[in-house]
Ligand binder design. Structure first.
Ligand SMILES: [Zn+2]
Length: 510
């Protein structure tokens, strides 16, 4: 909840009506937010994005995206802002911008087939910033939309009890950032983006390929996975493709190509990129949750539903009445510091009985307490467990009526927490993007079988911008996914994953 409120209050602080000249249209417009406030908001939102979505830490790849973005931004019609470029740790292909910051997801990178395509996506987002679309969206949304939307969303979804236990707010803030702009704004960003890349020496027709790939990917993706994104906007994709193709023709051939780099060189940069959900935030192996970076495991009853989100792991009984939430509580070796941190958040003592315990040979504290929310009473089982300088909090919750049977059950679940073993670590796998050369005359189905990629032929075709029916171009390097042991660049486990995981643990916000 913290995050959206900060964003909202910063916006309110700068709530001044003034007349400014739009850097793209050059026409005066009623700007509700000054440029200083706009960039301040951008900085605030960038912090939320980094915390809630996480940034990809692959230095070479990130440096490359930044360099390419800077070359694109140098041709932006708006030069009074510094543009920063980031890769967010999100598997779904998408791109978005907040004032001063452009984001592409790692899922979008996996879908790109050459530098021109990536350049035009970055330029489209630069176009949104150049035309101050975020400001216009903010102006439209404030004060009624953004403020009450966020607040009612939080209070509606999380009960007062659960609301104080885990910060659900960030998700709402980032959803809002990724929501599509209006029809005219998307048209404008497409136009500015194509003009920018043409000026910078890239191929403006690449937008046609990007929009087509995104539409094909969306059509393949599970319907339940769909959320507002790059494509979920009016005008429709076919219209955007048609307009983009016509404009690319009108902009004419690029006489000075910006990059002599081949598509092969571009693809080589993507080698090793994590695709799909990744394992850095933990994975389920059956009913056991394994976290390679924080180094713990925890088991849940087989019939329970589970959800692993950045910042917390939640599990609930099939009827949804009994639940457990696992969060990080404090940086310390003393589990009592977890109790103190929790009470500080509550602004009052928890009450109940405090017992020192040992869970999985780790020091722990348990408190059996009660809570009241919305006129209903709940039994709360709280455990704080210390592992490698971190205190983890396991919060069990059940209606007061189920207290007698639920308490022992919640305690038993908390007691499955333990240090991740070496053997368990080797069972943690994730998918990475790799390149594999096709053979002459090979069909997509044969290629998929030969390489053993877990991707379906249709997905391999979409990701590589190929027609599923047509023969694969001979000896072309194609993007595929491979399932590999977590933490090893070559996917082979030699036991060094431990050290590597520890090294990057501070970069992961789980
Ligand atoms: Zn857009």
């Amino acid at each position: 909840m913290r995050a959206p409120l900060v964003v909202a209050s910063a916006a309110v602080a700068g709530f001044t009506f003034g007349c400014a000249v739009n850097p793209v249209t050059r026409r005066p417009e009623l700007a509700i937010v000054s440029q200083a406030t706009e960039l301040e908001l951008g900085t605030e939102q960038a912090r939320v994005v980094a915390r809630e979505m996480g940034l990809v830490a692959d230095d070479d790849l990130v440096a490359y995206v930044r360099q390419l973005g800077e070359r694109v931004a140098a041709s932006s019609p708006r030069r009074d802002v510094a543009y920063a470029f980031h890769v967010v740790d999100v598997p779904r292909p998408n791109a978005f911008a907040v004032p001063g910051h452009v984001y592409v997801t790692r899922g979008l990178l996996a879908l790109m087939n050459d530098e021109d395509e990536l350049a035009v996506v970055l330029a489209h987002e630069v176009g949104h910033i150049a035309a101050r679309h975020a400001v216009r969206r903010l102006s439209r949304a404030l004060p009624a939309g953004l403020l009450t939307g966020v607040v009612s969303g939080v209070t509606g979804i999380a009960s007062p009890v659960l609301g104080s236990l885990f910060e659900a707010g960030g998700a709402f803030a980032t959803e809002a950032l990724m929501a599509p702009y209006g029809r005219e704004q998307e048209r404008e960003a497409d136009r500015i983006g194509q003009e920018i890349v043409a000026r910078a020496g890239f191929d403006p027709a690449a937008l046609v390929r990007v929009l087509t790939s995104l539409a094909r990917y969306d059509a393949l993706a599970d319907a339940g996975e769909r959320r507002p994104g790059f494509l979920d906007s009016h005008p429709s994709t076919p219209e955007r493709v048609r307009v983009a193709a016509a404009r690319a023709f009108h902009l004419g051939p690029v006489t000075m190509p910006a990059s002599p780099a081949s598509a092969d060189a571009f693809l080589a940069r993507l080698d090793g990129l994590v695709v799909g959900s990744g394992a850095a935030r933990g994975v389920f192996d059956g009913t056991t949750f394994l976290h390679p970076v924080l180094g713990f495991h925890m088991r849940f009853p087989p019939e329970w539903k589970t959800e692993n989100t950045r910042g917390w792991l939640a599990a609930g009984s099939p009827d949804g009445r009994v639940g457990v939430v696992l969060t990080k509580a404090a940086a310390s070796d003393d589990p009592m510091d977890g109790v103190r941190a929790f009470e500080k958040g509550l602004r009052r003592p928890i009450g109940g009985t405090v017992a020192r315990e040992t869970i999985g040979r780790l020091p722990a504290v348990r408190i059996a307490a009660g809570a009241e929310a919305g006129g209903r009473r709940f039994a709360i089982e709280l455990h704080w467990i210390a592992l490698d300088g971190r205190i983890f909090q396991v919060t069990g919750i059940a209606p007061a009526g189920l207290e007698a049977e639920a308490r022992p059950r919640l305690r038993a679940i908390a007691e499955t927490f333990g240090r991740l073993g070496a053997e368990e670590r080797t069972r943690i796998r994730e998918q990475r993007l790799r390149l594999a050369a096709s053979k002459r005359g090979e069909s997509m189905a044969t290629f998929v079988r030969r390489t053993g990629t877990p991707w379906e032929p249709e997905l391999v075709a979409v990701v590589n911008g190929l027609d599923i029916g047509a023969p694969i171009p001979a000896t072309r390097r194609l993007k595929i996914a491979r399932s590999e042991v977590y933490g090893r660049a070559d996917g082979v486990d030699d036991g060094s994953a431990n050290a590597e995981a520890r090294q990057c643990s501070e970069r992961i916000g789980w």
